[in-house]
Design a protein. Structure first.
Length: 257
């Protein structure tokens, strides 16, 4: 597929995907969702990716959904557009490898919803965050009402959703919306450092950490613990990744993943 909105490159197991629609502040439209679905499926199938970094071109990560595309939709079309985005973001969330959002600027509305579908978020000190949908007489449509409270707590989520106020990177860090703040010029350097750090670990262990943590979050504690025990055990035995990792530790050498 020839991509019009997304750019990507893979180096040493790290895929960097850039949303390249800066003239529209990278606003999300139908083409974006189709391209993202196709690209993530392609990256998953390649077997070459251990970590993915997602960022935006220009001064925005993503400034929201494309209002010009939405304005003439009727109720059924609006619901379909919501489900299209929800499905894309769930596909992103379900990738076997970790996805890091490198938030270089505005992450508003659908842009913040996209960032929240990533596994964690690194932000430029100049980044701005918000869910301003109520300013338009709308609500978030890409599961923002669901993810935001799970990340920040109910009070913080409702504050952002109801007031539509924008917050800066430090406030986003304080409420758990992002995990680290960097100077703007160091954003990609630091994000890639973390991506390389993760990519150096046991690849199956990394995948299972993501899988068990995400699945367990929606489970009863005891069910989640049982899932953890099963997946913990799956990494033991002759030729298993855990055996190699433990032998390398005892032999004081680097593991051969």
């Amino acid at each position: 597929m020839e991509y019009q909105i997304l750019k990507h490159e893979i180096n040493d197991g790290i895929a960097v995907v850039t949303i390249n629609r800066p003239q529209a502040l990278n606003a999300l439209n139908t083409l974006f969702f189709h391209e993202m679905d196709h690209l993530t499926a392609e990256l998953q199938a390649s077997g070459k990716v251990r970590v993915m970094v997602l960022t935006g071109e220009g001064k925005a990560f993503v400034a929201g959904a494309d209002i010009a595309e939405m304005v003439h939709k009727d109720s059924d079309e609006g619901s379909a557009f919501s489900r299209l985005g929800q499905n894309t973001f769930r596909n992103l969330e379900r990738l076997s490898f970790p996805v890091i959002a490198a938030i270089n600027g505005f992450a508003l509305g659908g842009g913040l919803e996209l960032a929240m579908a990533c596994d964690f978020r690194i932000a430029s000190a100049k980044a701005k965050f918000g869910q301003p949908e109520v300013n338009l007489g709308l609500i978030p449509g890409y599961a923002g009402t669901q993810r935001l409270s799970r990340l920040t707590g109910l009070g913080n989520a409702l504050f952002l959703l109801l007031t539509a106020e924008l917050i800066g990177a430090e406030d986003a860090l304080r409420i758990g919306l992002v995990q680290k703040v960097t100077e703007p010029e160091q954003l990609m350097e630091e994000t890639l450092r973390l991506a390389k750090l993760i990519a150096s670990k046991g690849p199956k262990a990394v995948q299972k950490v993501k899988q068990v943590t995400r699945r367990g979050f929606a489970m009863d504690f005891d069910e989640g613990s049982e899932l953890e025990a099963d997946e913990f055990g799956s990494l033991f035995g002759p030729g298993a990744e855990g055996e190699e990792g433990m032998k390398a530790f005892l032999e004081k050498r680097q593991p051969n993943w």
